[in-house]
Design a protein around this ligand. Structure first.
Ligand SMILES: [Zn+2]
Length: 326
């Protein structure tokens, strides 16, 4: 069993999806009266890890009533088809803008290959199964689910992606935030708390909407945020401030990059460095400065290994945002 797996209160369990490596993506199991809702799915490769945890609790895939990816990016919804295949009694709950991609994942697969390349796609995601439309429930903003008497409220939270919702669990006063409340790995905890920063992954980043969505979540006065990347975090004023500052800063880094490249088109940067690389370097500089301000992280191993991957994806999303808005 993965050492990151964790039992929280209120029947909430976190299973490490082992997406690419340990400690990167969470899957949450929510138990209520002998039934289970799976929030976030990791990828097809993550399915056995969830099965192992269910078995350890005397449960099986037959007890799964709902599979609930927060949005259709494949580190969140890549395993949905395989889970639905294995969990015969389950319904899939998905944002209305994501439903078509779960029923026919071909565009999603093509889009993800465009970001990661074919080789990494196979390694990360394996096979993606389509889901029968009759088993799909669309959850628009303010949708409520009665899960054996436990109320789950769904909030439309665009900004990271237009097909993104967050799930508020009234009983635990907590929110399953997907990517809306950013990326905050416990391994990146400084003397002044955890590093947290926005996820601006391609292709629908919109800073204005993301800031509004964060405000929407905070208006619910949650006590705990269950991040997909990674685990539970208390949404203190400092955390919210740090997160919102990163949204603004990342957008500004992108806009500055646009200026630099417009001014220098055909000269210093065009051959040696792409705009994406330039943005990525600025994101790395910002995160490093933030970490130093917060009293540094020891050891640095996780940071060195993972921040490159996250800033690369973020830079690609920011670059795409620029190309859309010009
Ligand atoms: Zn995402």
């Amino acid at each position: 069993m993965n050492r990151n797996n964790k039992n929280y209160q209120y029947g909430i369990t976190m299973v490490d999806a082992e997406y690419a490596q340990e400690g990167i993506a969470s899957i949450y199991l929510l138990e209520q009266d002998g039934q289970v809702a799976i929030i976030e799915t990791g990828t097809t490769h993550s399915v056995p890890y969830v099965e192992e945890v269910l078995q350890s609790k005397g449960l099986s895939f037959d007890d799964v009533a709902y599979v609930i990816p927060t949005h259709v990016h494949l580190d969140h919804a890549g395993g949905a088809g395989e889970f639905m295949h294995r969990c015969k009694n389950a319904k899939l709950i998905i944002h209305p803008f994501g439903a078509a991609h779960m029923i026919d994942p071909s565009k999603l697969i093509a889009g993800t290959i465009a970001v990661y390349g074919e080789k990494l796609f196979k390694k990360f995601y394996g096979e993606i199964r389509p889901i029968n439309a009759a088993r799909v429930i669309e959850a628009p903003g303010f949708f409520k689910l009665d899960f054996n008497g436990r109320e789950l409220q769904f909030f439309d939270t665009p900004g990271h992606a237009r097909h993104h919702f967050c799930v508020y669990d009234k009983q635990s006063k907590s929110i399953f935030t997907g990517d809306t409340f950013g990326i905050g790995y416990p391994q990146l905890t400084t003397q002044q708390g955890r590093l947290i920063f926005a996820a601006t992954t391609p292709v629908q980043f919109d800073p204005g909407s993301l800031l509004q969505s964060i405000d929407c979540l905070m208006s619910l006065k949650p006590e705990t945020m269950y991040l997909t990347h990674f685990g539970a975090i208390t949404p203190s004023d400092d955390i919210v401030k740090q997160l919102k500052r990163s949204v603004r800063k990342f957008a500004n880094i992108a806009l500055d990059a646009q200026d630099v490249f417009n001014k220098n088109s055909g000269s210093i940067y065009s051959n040696s460095e792409s705009r994406v690389d330039y943005i990525q370097q600025k994101l790395k500089d910002y995160l490093l400065d933030t970490i130093e301000e917060m009293g540094a992280i020891e050891p640095r191993e996780f940071y060195e290994k993972n921040i490159n991957f996250d800033t690369k994806l973020n830079a690609q999303g920011l670059d795409f945002w620029l190309s859309k808005s010009t």
